[in-house]
Design a protein around this ligand. Structure first.
Ligand code: NAP
Length: 529
């Protein structure tokens, strides 16, 4: 059976772009199929006001090319979405990637042909592409979650989803705006929208923890220092569970005297960013330690927000770091503005969307525009939108009915020659995505090269290996507090989605070691045919 390409890569975000580059370097042919008009994935779609990465830009970047590292100039501590998108476009041009990317095309189905050992990949343009391998690079947070609230179609004004924002931007000047959701996307966009809008009404189901970003322009002397020592920084980052080079204080919060504890929290707070959760090593392992950190953040809200009732509604009651920690610029301060109202809907869901706004707790709220900052069907959503069928015509969505199962987060029993970059069961969303993506891509590219050298056509994980990996992913999840709340990590934000903690929480170093052992033992856990 002749094939069109060695591999079809789904998605031209950071995963898909680097996968294409690596496969080309190794002499494989590949076609990237991308729904958007341009590269960038997450950063192509998430154009809401205030969107920026909350991993520092010098770390949220590729490391496979020293020249790229040296020539690219990040301008801010946390890069904005437009800057990250410019970077993605620069990478596409620099490595001449576009000629193998088919834009504005969605994969609708992928079926493994067992007789020929090939994948037949169907697109929404009506064509079928045949390839030996399918490599998905569809992102973990790329399938927007539109809430199932009655009457959504009745709203007369425009409705925007933060995860699929109009490319021409939205000007809220003089408008009244309703926002549903208070996760990372809302926490970044609310302060900006509030500056523009005549009035902003925020509907909050769950209060969230956020730490200040303290974003600033990058000092050229700092950038020069980073550039002079990039390899060391990247190496250090790979020894950290999140793949980010920040210092983890190995002390326990409960064993540290109160004054010292406060000092350390204040220090991290003043520095800003996600490193706050590394103030002590046991914040996600021990209820008492977690409460100490949570109380510290709660006290900060009351210091900033003037109206005590509003401050109380904004104060999270759950475990800090259980839902993804947010990083903000002026979020709580925004609720001191006279044009911002917070509505607590924690005890009663929104009744319905109406033609002029929405109805909640027996009261009608009117606004011109509705913003859904309601997140994503995370980790499995994008994959399961495609009709992926493996051996015996079995659908991936049936295989994962009780929750996703994978080997290394990269492969699935019954789906030969399918690789899922940052799939469920990989560290992905708990880490700096860029180094995780590069690790996956290198593993896959090396694997394809090894198969070619051995004359092997088909690779597929075996049941025992997959079960053991699923056991490890679940086992690690149960050790931490992170699996204990209703977050998107466990699929709780999507009605009917099985409750399984999806990412691997053992940390990037342990994950890399596991992959290296698999390779060293000649692709242990896989059947090669
Ligand atoms: P999210 O964290 O899932 O937040 C969604 C929000 O919508 C939550 O407040 C949720 O309430 C609310 N919601 C959902 N359905 C609702 C309904 N039917 N009624 C009322 N409220 C509803 O989504 P996100 O803010 O888009 O962020 C998702 C992830 O993307 C983040 O955790 C982060 O990993 C990533 N992200 C990163 C950045 C960054 O790097 N700076 C920025 C944005 C996003 P509940 O909490 O009660 O479910």
């Amino acid at each position: 059976m002749s094939t069109d390409f060695d591999a079809v890569i789904v998605g031209a975000g950071f995963g898909g772009m680097y996968m294409l580059h690596r496969l080309r370097q190794k002499g494989f042919t590949a076609r990237v199929i991308e729904a958007g008009k341009g590269v960038g994935g997450t950063w192509y779609w998430n154009r809401y006001p205030g969107a920026r990465c909350d991993v520092e830009s010098v770390q949220y970047s590729y490391q496979f090319s020293a020249e790229l590292e040296q020539e690219w100039e990040w301008t801010e501590r946390y890069a904005t979405q437009p800057e990250i998108l410019r970077y993605a476009n620069h990478v596409a041009d620099r490595f001449d990637l576009r000629r193998d990317i088919q834009f504005e095309t969605r994969i609708t189905a992928a079926t493994f042909d067992e007789a020929a050992n090939v994948w037949r990949v169907k697109t929404d343009k009506g064509d079928t592409v045949v390839a030996r391998f399918v490599i998905t690079a569809m992102g973990c947070l790329s399938s927007p979650n539109t809430p199932r609230i009655e009457g959504l179609a009745d709203f007369k004004g425009p409705t925007y989803h933060t995860g699929n924002w109009p490319h021409e931007g939205v000007d809220f000047t003089g408008k009244t705006v309703g926002v549903i959701g208070t996760g990372s996307s809302a926490i970044q966009s609310i302060p900006i929208m509030a500056q523009q809008a005549k009035h902003l009404t925020v509907f909050q189901r769950t209060a969230n923890y956020t730490v200040p970003a303290h974003n600033k322009p990058l000092d050229p002397a700092y950038v020069a220092k980073v550039k002079a020592h990039y390899p060391e920084m990247r190496k250090r980052a790979k020894t950290k569970p999140a793949g980010i080079d920040f210092v983890i204080n190995m002390a326990s919060a409960i064993e540290t005297p109160e004054a010292e504890r406060r000092r350390l929290f204040e220090e991290r707070w003043a520095y800003g960013g996600l490193g706050f959760m590394a103030s002590f090593s046991d914040l996600l392992l021990n209820d008492e330690s977690n409460k100490i950190a949570a109380d510290f953040v709660r006290s900060k809200i009351h210091e900033v927000v003037k109206d005590p009732k509003t401050a109380e509604i904004l104060t999270p009651k759950n475990i800090i770091g259980c839902k993804r920690l947010c990083v903000d610029t002026g979020y709580w301060e925004t609720f001191n503005r006279p044009n911002v109202t917070l509505v607590d809907i924690s005890d009663e869901p929104i009744e319905r969307i109406t033609a002029s706004g929405l109805r909640a707790k027996g009261q009608d709220y009117a606004f011109d525009c509705l913003v859904l900052a309601t997140g994503f069907d995370a980790m499995t959503g994008a994959l399961l939108k495609v009709d992926i069928r493996g051996r015996g015509g079995v659908a991936l969505k049936d295989k994962w009915r009780e929750g996703p199962k994978s080997y290394l987060g990269l492969t699935v029993v019954g789906f030969p020659n399918l690789f899922t970059i940052t799939g469920p069961g990989s560290p992905s969303v708990l880490t700096n995505m860029l180094p995780s993506i590069e690790q996956h891509v290198d593993f896959i590219a090396d694997c394809l090269e090894a198969l070619r050298a051995k004359g092997v056509n088909v690779i597929e994980p075996v049941d025992e290996a997959q079960e053991a990996w699923v056991g490890q992913v679940g086992g690690f999840a149960n050790i931490t507090l992170r699996s204990t709340c209703s977050s998107w990590y466990v699929g709780a934000n999507i009605p009917g989605k099985p409750r399984v903690f999806m990412p691997y929480i053992g940390g990037l170093p342990a994950y890399i070691a596991a992959c290296e052992t698999v390779v060293k033992n000649d692709y242990e856990g896989f059947a090669l045919a």
